[in-house]
Design a binder for this molecule. Structure first.
Ligand code: DGJ
Length: 765
């Protein structure tokens, strides 16, 4: 790991353990150009890598063709309107009415550590302090390297300028010691040519690739079908996903992977880009006339316009890039390690989460204290550890048409309030948690009657309703302070150890009473910053609270939210067959420890499908694991299985939470069966889950070629027998190489659809 500057060639070399990223400063004007991103290069001789040096279009050599140069140069952070007709990374509207931007190198510094991004979630190194260790090489021409021996991370800041707009632009690159990932962000400062300049687009990063034929992978979805993998060949022109819904959304995801056409789970080049942000985004790949590819990622410029006063600085959220030469599998494992070790802060990150039971699909709004206590009593007998009371406990809310904002207990449902309920639940031996939707306001609420201007809206228009609610204007400090005081009051009123923070509608009617005529273009981003501020205050004040983020299912399952909560509700669809695709897409980026997953009621409320209780348990085991059903009313055989599933969770969760994730087979691709594997970091054990979705006549065996094992170790291979709560008797002993290269014929899958098995593997030598 390290960052090196080579004065002679004016080249920056950023090394992670296995990858290298290179940047070159070209020409007297100081163009900042991209050289290389891929497997780690040992050699610092980079001149031949430089694709631009001998190019006839280099402006100082042939200024006549400057436009041609601009349209093909691989800019690290491309400006707008000066001859590069590919999409740009930043643009402005200056007081003279001009939109053009450019970036020219001025200096650089290398920092040990990684500075925080003000008000934003971001990856961090393990050590807290940041110190400057090298600044502006022009003063000291020797080659400098930060070897990373003191720190687990170091940061290159390239400082450039756009004199015509009076802007200083800092490109930031952080490399980590233990993961092949690079974090990039940008700061733009108004250094005073104008009193105010409007930023109309400020993306977080731009990447350049050459000459290959690529595929592109996005995660697409809708409510109850989030993050399904969508891969296509990258043709010419711009291909993008985006959100301007005010959240990362069910529909598109702030992620993009560029991959060689032959790439699969185990082989091929894959570049993954993940945006650490929860609001509007754009993720775009553009294939140019010359077959180069530009990848852009950042805040969606749609309806974005930020006023930058003299001396002020705008800081973008960060993009994480991961390069894998071993397909999507290695990319996923890198993201998992990065997010587990350098993004999630919660103390629960390294802990088994309490097994919860949530009453949403058990009762919807139709519950009272007695009903919840009945569920808690039964659940605690079975070994469930936390009761979560979902929507409907406050104001006069008996359906979704009222009371958001009125965060006081509905005493008709819960006589004695939260305290009495929490105490009763605690008496059963269980913890108690609640649901809130702090960002919302119902028109039918005391809060709205008192403060109608607290809803986001445009004067003269009746705001668009969604789920019969409006969105609170969290750009306003008074609204944020009030909202936080309500959350605080509720959490202090009883022994509440878990909070599900929901967000059930997207933003419309972009108007804030306080942002004024010039400031409305700041609303989307300020809203997101407002959510972050509230969650920061929450986790700072309630350090032991287990926070689970949620947005109508998984509409805000993004790295930004993971900075605050160690787990996020993955989807409202808990049908285990649908979940195979949702969880495969989610696990492409996010560790299994973050995926809220519950055993559902049957027939499933979203699909109407009936599946075995056992299978529902195996699929939920790949996430946080919990239940969402009325445990007092399910069939006895299912109820009897719960203690066994709980033992299974306790036996395997450490491995699932901390291990390396491998995909063995994908139901999404083969339409028949699914299989994933988690291998411990020391390769001494593994857990394999096989789901036979569709039984095939006369074809009851599946060939499992395992992954990630030690080829030289001998492993015992067992079916996990839930009845005996132990490994079964049909133990096989095989070397890791045989398990991976030859595979095993799995015969134990029963006749019929939706059957699943667990295989437990342990090294014996
Ligand atoms: C959407 C969530 O995803 C559900 O789990 C549930 O909490 C409802 N909202 C409650 O309104």
């Amino acid at each position: 790991m390290g960052i090196t500057y080579f004065e002679k060639s004016k080249t920056f070399k950023l090394d992670t353990c296995n990858t290298t990223y290179m940047i070159k400063i070209v020409d007297d004007e100081g163009f900042i150009l991209h050289l290389y991103y891929g497997r780690r290069l040992s050699d610092e001789k980079t001149d031949d890598l430089c694709r631009i040096e001998e190019h006839p279009f280099v402006p100082s050599k042939n200024n006549r063709d400057r436009g041609s140069f601009m349209d093909c140069a691989p800019f690290e952070y491309p400006g707008h309107g000066l001859g590069d007709y590919r999409d740009d990374a930043f643009s402005v509207l200056n007081p003279e009415g001009y939109s053009a931007t450019s970036l020219n190198f001025r200096s650089y510094r290398i920092l040990e550590g990684k500075p925080k991004l003000p008000g934003l979630p971001a990856t961090f190194e393990k050590q807290a302090s940041v110190s400057v260790i090298n600044e502006d090489l022009k003063k000291e021409p020797a080659e400098k390297e930060i070897a990373g021996n003191k720190s687990t991370c170091c940061t290159l800041e390239i400082i450039g300028e756009d004199p015509a707009n009076g802007l200083e632009i800092t490109l930031s690159y952080s490399v980590f010691e233990d993961v092949d990932a690079i974090a990039r962000s940008v700061r733009i400062k108004n250094i005073g040519k104008y009193e105010n300049i409007k930023l109309t687009k400020v993306l977080s990063a731009s990447y350049e690739f050459y000459g290959d034929d690529y595929d592109i992978l996005f995660l697409h979805g809708t409510w109850a079908r989030e993050r399904n993998i969508d891969r296509e060949h990258l043709g010419y022109g711009k291909h993008y996903v985006s959100s301007f819904r005010g959240e990362s959304s069910h529909q598109e995801h702030p992620f993009l992977a560029l991959m060689s056409r032959d790439a699969n789970d185990t082989n091929g080049d894959v570049y993954g880009f993940s945006f650490v942000y929860s609001g509007n985004f754009i993720a775009q790949a553009e294939r140019s006339q010359f077959d180069s590819v530009r990848v852009l990622m950042g805040i969606n410029p749609v309806d974005f316009c930020w006023n930058l006063g003299k001396g002020e600085e705008f800081c973008t959220p960060e993009v994480i890039s991961v390069y894998s030469w071993e397909g999507t599998g290695r990319m996923s494992r890198t993201f998992h390690d990065l997010y587990r070790n350098h993004l999630i802060r919660s103390p629960y990150k390294d802990m088994k989460r309490p097994i919860l039971i949530n009453n949403w699909e058990a009762t919807y709004f139709n519950f009272d204290t007695d009903k919840l206590i009945a569920i808690a009593k039964e659940a605690s007998k079975l070994g469930i550890e936390l009761l979560v009371m979902d929507d409907g406990w406050f104001g006069h809310r008996d359906n979704d048409s009222s009371s958001l904002g009125d965060w006081y207990v509905n005493e008709k449902k819960l006589p004695g309030g939260l305290k009495r309920l929490a105490d009763e639940v605690n008496k059963t031996g269980m913890k108690f948690g609640i649901w809130m939707e702090p960002e919302m306001i119902s028109p039918d609420s005391d809060l709205y009657r008192a403060h109608p201007d607290w809803a986001i809206q445009i004067p003269g228009r009746t705001p668009v309703m969604s789920r019969e609610q409006y969105v609170l204007d969290l750009t306003r400090k008074d609204v944020r302070d009030y909202t936080f005081s309500q959350i605080e009051k509720i959490l202090k009123s009883a022994n509440i150890e878990y909070l599900k923070w929901d967000m059930n509608r997207q933003l419309t009617d972009l108007g804030s009473a306080l942002l004024g005529t010039e400031g409305q273009g700041e609303l989307y981003h300020r809203y997101c910053l407002g959510v972050y501020e509230l969650q920061e205050r929450l986790v700072t004040e309630f350090t032991n609270l287990l926070l689970e983020n949620c947005s109508g299912g998984g509409a805000r399952f993004d790295p930004g939210m993971l900075y605050y909560s160690p787990q996020i509700w993955t989807s409202d669809d808990m049908d285990p067959v649908e979940r195979l695709k949702i969880q495969e897409g989610t696990a492409l980026i996010y560790p299994l420890s973050t995926m809220g997953a519950h055993v559902c009621d049957c027939p499933n409320h979203s699909t109407g499908r009936t599946t075995p209780f056992e299978t529902r348990g195996y699929v939920a085991l790949a996430g946080t694991f919990g239940y969402e059903l009325d445990v007092t009313r399910i069939p006895e055989a299912d109820r009897n299985m719960i203690p066994k599933q709980i033992k299974m969770y306790h036996k395997f969760n450490d491995l699932v939470r901390t291990g390396d994730y491998y995909r063995v087979s994908s139901y999404r691709e083969n339409h028949e069966w699914d299989c994933w594997e988690v291998v411990s970091k020391d390769k001494s054990e593994a857990l394999i889950t096989v789901v036979n979705v569709i039984g095939r006549v006369n074809h009851k065996s599946r060939l499992l070629k395992l992954k990630g094992l030690d080829p030289d170790k001998v492993y015992s291979v067992n079916f996990y027998d839930m009845e005996k709560e132990a490994e079964g008797e049909n133990c096989m002993k095989l070397r890791g190489d045989a398990l991976m290269y030859a595979g095993i014929q799995l015969k134990g899958l029963d006749h019929g659809d939706f059957k699943a098995k667990l295989l437990s593997i342990k090294a014996t030598s």
